[in-house]
Design a protein around this ligand. Structure first.
Ligand SMILES: Cc1cc2nc3c(=O)[nH]c(=O)nc-3n(C[C@H](O)[C@H](O)[C@H](O)COP(=O)(O)OP(=O)(O)OC[C@H]3O[C@@H](n4cnc5c(N)ncnc54)[C@H](O)[C@@H]3O)c2cc1C
Length: 386
């Protein structure tokens, strides 16, 4: 990974701000109202190579670190936009990069880097397993040179906006395992090959998110599309969790800054009882408090990203960053909504849209309860709840 100077990081931040300036409030409001995928925005980022930030240069990517990827997503959410539509194109390939064969990497990464292939669907969650990933039941049974997959996944985002899907499926029945973290395998499923056998049903969500229920019926995956060893899939997926936590924290920080800035501006301009409402401590202090919490979360995210980019263990920092940033963004969202009074609920002010969007970060890709359980059990050594 190349060494990136402070000036280069600022240049990345400025470049993302410039792209986002072409996609104002009205664009995102209209996309939200119609439930559309923000294709024009994603195309603009793809064309300039930003979604290939984490792909090494030898495969046609930018070879940047998690710090820079975080800046990109933070600035998208700091604008009226939202990185959820495209963040997975940045980091889902991490499992392929770390655990794929030389042939798999050569075959897929350059096309993912160039945007010819979209790998932004990541299928883990199941209705009956939920947060307990080791209980998932979607079954991949080997038959000669292929696996036959049957089962169901839920909340799988962007399956219709993706060519490839990273799939975690069971290759050994749970009852036959000594270690419950064994028995799952990761596959790179080419969805262009299996039309008809994978039923994708959209889920109507609280905000504009392209999430689906998937039904696998005898879906065939060639053995050469398994990533790494059979039965090691859960560990491969875990390897990507710290990066994901840092990037999710970055999006929440971007949202938090958007809410704080909008709230401070509105509270300074809106006059009631003969003075700006922001002069009242009941309005001003919640905004100032959430500002402090967003900036504190940003420092923790920076600490996690620096350790990650140095190749050091960063599980504690990455989890704390995700927890603090999602909580702070939600606090800022509430302060912003309160400051706007009734106008906060009017769609044309965009606060209610961002409010709906930012709530997700407390729940997905992992709920904050499980983040607290990681800190309590894995960092502080307290007894396990599961
Ligand atoms: C918009 C959206 C997009 C998503 N996209 C994807 C995707 O692309 N791919 C994918 O695989 N998944 C995706 N998910 C799923 C997401 O990762 C899960 O919703 C999340 O991990 C929680 O799982 P669950 O919903 O089954 O909740 P459950 O596991 O049923 O948990 C419900 C509640 O109980 C709490 N809880 C459970 N066990 C414990 C415990 N031991 N201690 C304390 N509290 C506990 C949880 O914290 C949570 O608050 C998405 C979800 C949403 C909402």
């Amino acid at each position: 990974m190349a060494t990136i100077s402070a000036e280069e990081r600022q240049a990345i931040r400025d470049a993302i701000r410039k792209i986002c300036a072409d996609f104002p409030d009205s664009y995102w409001r209209s996309i939200d109202a119609k439930g559309e995928y923000p294709q024009a925005f994603v195309d603009a980022l793809t064309a300039r190579g930003y979604l290939a930030a984490l792909i090494p240069e030898e495969y046609g990517g930018a070879g940047l670190g998690i710090t820079e990827a975080g800046i990109i997503l933070e600035e998208i959410n700091h604008s009226p936009g939202n990185g959820l539509a495209c963040h997975a194109q940045m980091y889902t390939m991490g499992t392929l990069l770390r655990h794929g064969s030389a042939e798999q990497k050569r075959r897929y990464l350059p096309k993912i880097a160039g945007g010819e292939l979209r790998l932004q669907a990541f299928a883990v969650t199941e209705p009956d397993a939920g947060s307990e990933t080791t209980r998932l039941t979607t079954r991949a049974v080997r038959q000669g040179g292929k696996y036959i997959v049957n089962g169901q996944k839920i909340f799988i985002s962007r399956a219709k906006q993706s060519d490839l899907m990273l799939l975690l499926a069971r290759t050994t029945p749970y009852e036959e395992l000594k270690d419950k973290t064994d028995g799952l395998s990761v596959f790179l499923l080419d969805m262009r090959d299996i039309a008809g056998k994978l039923d994708i049903q959209p889920l109507d969500m609280m905000f504009n998110h392209h999430t689906n229920v998937l039904f696998f019926e005898n879906v065939e995956i060639p053995v050469e599309n398994r990533i790494g060893e059979e039965g090691r899939g859960f560990r491969y997926i875990i390897d990507g969790w710290n990066a994901e936590r840092i990037l999710i924290a970055s999006e929440a920080i971007g949202d938090g800054r958007w809410f704080v800035e909008r709230a401070a501006k509105y509270a300074s301009e809106r006059v009631v009882f003969g003075k700006p409402i922001g002069a009242n401590q009941g309005v001003q202090f919640p905004i100032a408090r959430s500002y402090a919490h967003v900036e504190a979360a940003a420092r923790m995210r920076d600490a996690a990203a620096e350790k990650f980019d140095r190749g050091e263990k960063c599980g504690a920092e990455a989890n704390m960053a995700k927890l603090l940033a999602s909580d702070a963004a939600w606090e800022a969202a509430n302060a912003c909504l309160d400051a706007h009074g009734g106008y906060g609920f009017a769609r044309e002010f965009d606060v209610e849209r961002k409010f709906r969007e930012t709530r997700l970060y407390m729940t997905a890709p992992i709920s904050n309860n499980l983040v607290l359980a990681f800190l309590g059990q894995n960092v502080l050594g307290m007894p396990k709840s599961y």
